[in-house]
Design a protein around this ligand. Structure first.
Ligand code: F6R
Length: 608
């Protein structure tokens, strides 16, 4: 986690302000401390501290730093608590070198011991600081900083995206990448490095996604990349990104999360028009030939995987196993060349998912990636890819990337069922027609229910716990609803298949305990009515999301109802999550929290 930025420009610029603005676009990656280092007139200026970027800018005046070359960092603490000393950039003993880093240097204790024994003095508890001292150690009189940087990087184990500047070569920013994401922004008279694309969009939409093992440097006019000691040609790797800077700004909304919830109709319609059916059919041919399908992801992406699992199993009769990415080891011996893994990751960089992909590939398994970020690591390492076109998602809680993931996965599952003749053509066409209407359906749900979700949030804001119950495809939606409430409103929320609640969880229910019911499948309506009665009998506060055709039934039984469109249950997960996102958002705001930056969380989890 953590976000890094580096900018090299031809003329003296208000570089502190430029770096600060880029860092703000990366704050979703971590926000417990931040800092900037700039080379000015041959000396290093470093300003850093604990806190969010806006507060630090007032205190440390980032905006008043001028120069041509600088680096910046926004932190999500791993080694060493959030503090002024542990904030990046870190420097060497003589303040000649400054470094920012995202990742974990796993051998830092050995390196630190070795460096301390040769007289280096450390000022922080971080793993990162060893990099500055290592480069200092390798800088012999007459040696090139690039050589010293190369030697230092060769001693590092673990994961890293590094940006480093030194007064000994003041026009360059040195970089290296291993597992943690890093891109180069290719500008006019300026070049940049950053952890993610939104950081550079204000200055350029031309980017190079660096690969593992690549190191090099940028100057305002030059880009040098090498791999295993040999220069790499990069011109053909420059991608023009269609995201605009507006897409990565709040555009009048109080929070990115609210903007991104509201952007779902557009994100769904862009995803729909970007889907290449030829690609989907090729993927389905691969799935049809496989013996076993595995699906993996983390957090929200795992929930999207569960939706796909349900449709593939029920409709296509496939043999599907869905698992949380960090738990992949259990399945390793069940994987071979006849298995296929669907790896879901909006960022394409989540380390747990990437590890599962690599382990499965080693066993000969073919991998299909579903991601929102073009050229990110997981799609790059997969055999086939489907991209969602949600645009950049900055709010830490996934919203529009979730609904677009489900859209892509549902189209894939339905197409497979049709190809293998488990779904008749007329039914397939009808389901695809309903999918095409989802942007409009989602838009009307936001318009009709936003105010009702706010009213519900007023109730939720004073609660300590909540249950989210569903059956069938309602279960992953209940899980996602509970995750949203937990992560941004800090209310303990658990999701269960509704039938399971009687096997333990109901013991917690007492007067006014909120219980959400996700009712999206005719088949389960009566069973869920029974579950509602059980909760009412214990004075729970019951809330149902139910199709319009059943709304009177549920209105008579429940304390609060949200009426949902009468659509096929296999399509319903997409609109059903929207009110639950809104309830979580408004509950967070009413509790005085910042839904864009929930405590202890970072958007892209690049450490195991
Ligand atoms: C929750 C959330 C996380 C991510 C998870 C996986 O709102 O955003 O649970 O879904 O960290 O991230 P990706 O999809 O980037 O692999």
């Amino acid at each position: 986690m953590c976000g890094i930025v580096g900018i090299a420009c031809l003329e003296i610029e208000n570089i502190g302000k430029m770096i600060r603005r880029c860092l703000e676009r990366l704050e979703y990656r971590g926000y417990d401390s931040a800092g900037i280092a700039v080379i000015k007139n041959g000396t290093l200026i470093v300003r850093k501290g604990r806190g969010k970027i806006a507060e630090l800018n007032k205190r440390l005046k980032f905006d008043e730093i001028y120069g041509k070359v600088g680096i910046g960092h926004t932190r999500w603490a791993t080694h060493g608590k959030p503090s002024d000393e542990n904030a990046h950039p870190h420097t060497d003993c003589r303040d000649m070198i400054a470094v920012v880093h995202n990742g974990i240097i796993s051998n830092y204790l050995e390196l630190r011991e070795k460096l301390e024994s040769t007289g280096h003095v450390f000022r922080s508890e971080t793993d990162t600081e060893v990099i500055a001292h290592l480069v200092e150690e390798h800088l012999r009189p007459g040696s090139e900083p690039l050589d010293a940087f190369r030697m230092a990087v060769s001693e590092l184990c673990g994961t890293y995206a590094i940006g480093l500047i030194t007064v000994l070569d003041p026009s360059k920013i040195f970089f290296a990448r291993m597992t943690s994401p890093l891109i180069i922004g290719v500008g006019e008279g300026m070049n940049m490095i950053a952890s993610d694309i939104p950081a550079v969009l204000e200055y350029t939409n031309r980017v190079i996604v660096l690969k593992d093992g690549e190191i090099g440097y940028i100057t305002p006019t030059e880009i040098y990349i090498e791999r295993e000691g040999r220069p790499v040609s990069w011109k053909e790797r420059v991608r023009v990104i269609s995201w605009s800077v507006d897409m990565a700004s709040k555009g009048g909304y109080p929070h990115f999360m609210l903007k991104e919830i509201h952007e779902q109709p557009l994100a769904l319609s862009n995803t729909l028009s970007g889907i290449e059916m030829e690609n989907i059919r090729n993927i389905c041919s691969l799935l049809a030939k496989s013996d076993r399908i595995f699906i993996t992801g983390a957090g929200t992406s795992y929930h999207a995987g569960l939706v796909c699992d349900y449709v593939l199993t029920e409709l296509a009769g496939a043999d599907v196993t869905t698992f949380i990415a960090s738990e992949y080891r259990k399945y390793i011996n069940a994987v071979d060349e006849r298995s296929v893994l669907i790896a879901i990751s909006q960022s394409g960089e989540t380390i747990d998912t990437l590890m599962a992909v690599r382990a499965f590939k080693e066993r000969g398994c073919r991998v299909i990636a579903v991601s929102n970020v073009v050229d990110s690591t997981i799609p790059r390492e997969s055999d086939m890819v489907v991209y969602t076109r949600a645009g950049p998602e900055i709010g830490v809680a996934a919203t529009k990337t979730f609904t677009t993931q489900i859209m892509v996965l549902t189209i894939m599952s339905l197409t497979l069922a049709y190809m293998i003749e488990r779904l008749r053509e007329a039914e397939y066409r009808e389901l695809i027609r309903q999918i095409r209407e989802l942007p409009t359906v989602t838009e009307s749900i936001i318009r009709m229910h936003e105010a009702r979700c706010m009213i519900l949030a007023r109730y939720m804001k004073n609660r300590a716990n909540a249950f989210y119950l569903g059956r069938g495809l309602g279960v992953p939606i209940a899980m996602e609803g509970a995750l949203k409430l937990k992560e941004i409103a800090y209310i303990h929320a658990e999701a269960y298949p509704a039938g399971e609640s009687k096997h333990g969880p109901i013991a917690l229910v007492e007067r006014d305990f909120p219980v959400f019911f996700v009712v999206l499948d005719d088949y389960y309506v009566e069973a869920i009515v029974g579950n509602v009665m059980e909760m009412r009998a214990r004075d729970a506060y019951t809330i149902a999301l139910a199709p319009r055709k059943y709304i009177y039934k549920f209105a008579k039984l429940c304390d609060y109802v949200i009426d949902m469109p009468n659509i096929d249950y296999r399509i319903a997960p997409i609109p059903y999550i929207v009110p639950l996102q809104l309830v979580a958002y408004y509950t967070s705001v009413m509790r005085g929290l910042d839904p864009d930056k929930p405590r202890n969380l970072a958007k892209t989890v690049t450490v195991e």
